[in-house]
Write a protein that binds this ligand. Structure first.
Ligand code: MG
Ligand code: ZN
Length: 237
């Protein structure tokens, strides 16, 4: 029987946000299009950003260097390599895109430790980055149409043999939806001080919490490592 560790990418595996990193780099060259709150979906906006990056002369190599140099959260490399070495499936489930996530994993030597990446698919054509939605869903009202992580996770689980242990680490609002669908024996790891942490705290303070899983907030991934493998010695801190 295998175990599954699910990770969000932005502000969970990497300390920062990959889209924001590119938008900030673009800002140094030419103001990017403004995000409008009325615009529910993020992928069409990022598509506009990439088009803008291309016309502002932000090169493919420069974009990839920016992504590759994003700092990992403390301990995440040790955590992911330990999980893989212990035979866990490691799943990255993120509203970023395949080009950013796979490039970062490659630069940081984690590609082989990660079982699969579920995200919006991106590709280069003539130096411009294109992005396509991970899915087109209307079943979940609280998630954007391009990705409900609960639906994506349910599809993944349906293809795999049952897991004995399931963990989920994330920071954002869109990590709350899957957190509410995890069974009681799972563990949710919300990053301390981020929206998922606030949302889980709020629901756990009610008489009928929406989250059934055990909740363990973290500031660095050594907390997760220690929770999952209590008998392993801390490698460093
Ligand atoms: Mg995130
Ligand atoms: Zn959802």
């Amino acid at each position: 029987m295998s175990s599954l560790a699910v990770f969000d990418f932005d502000r969970t595996v990497v300390d920062d946000d990959s889209d924001a990193t590119i938008i900030n780099r673009l800002r140094e060259k030419e103001p990017p299009p403004e995000w409008e709150a009325s615009n529910h979906d993020w992928t069409p906006y990022m598509s506009e950003v990439f088009e803008h990056a291309y016309s502002a002369g932000l090169q493919q190599g420069e974009i990839l260097d920016c992504i590759g140099s994003m700092r990992p959260t403390p301990g995440v490399e040790e955590l992911i390599t330990t999980l893989a070495a212990e035979g866990w499936d490691v799943l990255l489930l993120t509203d970023a895109n395949s080009v950013f996530v796979n490039h970062w994993l490659k630069v940081h030597g984690l590609q082989d430790a990660v079982t699969n990446v579920i995200t919006n698919s991106a590709f280069w054509r003539d130096g411009r980055l294109f992005i396509e939605p991970c899915m087109r869903q209307t079943a979940c009202a609280r998630c954007p149409s391009n990705l409900c992580k609960s639906i994506a996770l349910a599809q993944w689980l349906a293809q795999r043999p049952p897991y004995t242990r399931v963990t989920y680490a994330g920071d954002g609002r869109n990590d709350y939806c899957p957190a509410t669908n995890l069974p009681a024996h799972a563990i949710v790891f919300p990053r301390s001080g981020y929206p998922l942490d606030d949302l889980t705290k709020q629901t756990l303070a009610t008489t009928s919490p929406q989250v059934k899983a055990k909740v363990v907030p973290w500031e660095d991934c050594y907390t997760i490592l220690h929770e999952v493998f209590p008998h392993k010695r801390r490698i460093s801190a």
